[in-house]
Design a protein around this ligand. Sequence first.
Ligand SMILES: [Zn+2]
Ligand SMILES: [Zn+2]
Length: 157
Amino acid sequence: MDKNLIHLRNIIESNGYKFTKQKQYILKVLINAKSHLSAEDIYQIVRVDSVGIATVYRTLKKLKELNIVKEINIDGTNFYEMKIFGGRPLHIHFKCNECNSIMDIYNRSLILDYLKLNNNAEKENNFTVFDADIMLIGLCSECREKKICQDQLNLEE
Ligand SMILES: [Zn+2]
Ligand SMILES: [Zn+2]
């Protein structure tokens, strides 16, 4: 078994859960994911291994509670990504209002700002911060292009 999966197994088992085959399949999908997946997306991949949709929902809920996956809600649909071992560093999200795609935004200075924000919030309010959930909302570059073209057409009419 790969090193990351062994580490995840330790987290899961030390919290009193079984590291089932189903959990393993779902984690593998999430680790290898190139984008944010919904429960339905995950189900479409793991169904070949006879994992049912109810198991996918139950497992995702547990993985979320254990802080292994992150849940992002977009217009009532939940999307998931690995918090650890996902191969993607700390990032914030951008959601396009037009095509509903979610993109990851990361760069070094952004991560430093992010940590600064956490530190300030902790210091100023006597909080403990576990996680930050930043979602920028707007128009992605493709939809922006389309909108500009559309506006131009409308002007010409
Ligand atoms: Zn878009
Ligand atoms: Zn993301």
